[in-house]
Design a protein around this ligand. Structure first.
Ligand SMILES: *Cc1c(COP(=O)(O)O)cnc(C)c1O
Length: 215
């Protein structure tokens, strides 16, 4: 069963390379145990995504001790009381969306002399229920992160509204990134990664298209 996962991954990777060779695939392993992920690890894939801090620590801590090439990405909403643990295990956080988080990340990573690569999550569809910085506040929030908290902001991340063509939202995020001199875009999931890449995505977050349906 897990051999199929590697096949899926290679097929996806090949279809992406036809469009761009600058895209990083984050294999989203949330809910899947390490046995399921193992063929990708053995194949040499390095980027994995989780959306819960404790699950990430339980699943990956041991493996990371012997393999520091693997990079874990926090792609889910981050609670401020989990920042210390998150900073200890993740190389990237895609869900920076408040000054409180910026401040805590700064404080915790300084203590252990680490510099996490961060994406500012943008509420690109201006939806009440969604996390993320408002489009109109991205510039000022970015400045705060860089100058007050000395954070390494590498790009912008979004999750577009469901049941709509995501391309206009992807294009909007790209324009926002360009206007703010940010070079990376974290956008695109199993259902829309090709569209996201055509709009300039550099990090796609793909789970079910590789590992199958989650329970
Ligand atoms: C779960 C998740 C993904 C992956 O979703 P799939 O549809 O399984 O590819 C991507 N991004 C975020 C933020 C997620 O929570």
């Amino acid at each position: 069963m897990s051999v199929h996962n590697l096949k899926n991954f290679i097929n996806i990777s090949n279809s992406i390379k036809k469009i761009s060779n600058k895209v990083n695939i984050i294999a989203v392993t949330k809910t899947f145990p390490l046995e399921i992920v193992r063929p990708l690890i053995d194949y040499g894939h390095l980027h994995y995504g989780e959306n819960q801090v404790l699950e990430a620590i339980n699943k990956w801590s041991n493996l990371l001790k012997n393999n520091n090439a693997i990079k874990l990405h926090m792609i889910g909403h981050l609670q401020s009381n989990k920042v210390k643990e998150a900073v200890s295990i993740f190389s990237y956080i895609h869900s920076l969306d408040s000054e409180k988080l910026a401040s805590k990340i700064s404080f915790e990573q300084n203590k252990i002399k680490k510099s996490i690569k961060l994406f500012i999550q943008v509420n690109i569809g201006n939806e009440n229920q969604k996390n993320g910085i408002r489009i109109t506040e991205v510039s000022s929030f970015l400045k705060l992160c860089i100058f007050k908290y000395k954070l390494d902001i590498v790009g912008l991340m979004c999750i577009p509204p469901v049941n709509q063509d995501p391309s206009p939202y992807f294009n909007l995020l790209k324009e926002l990134a360009l206007n703010n001199n940010l070079s990376n875009l974290s956008m695109g999931m199993s259902g829309d990664y090709l569209k996201a890449i055509k709009c300039g995505s550099s990090y796609v977050r793909i789970g079910s298209a590789i590992f199958g349906k989650r329970n």
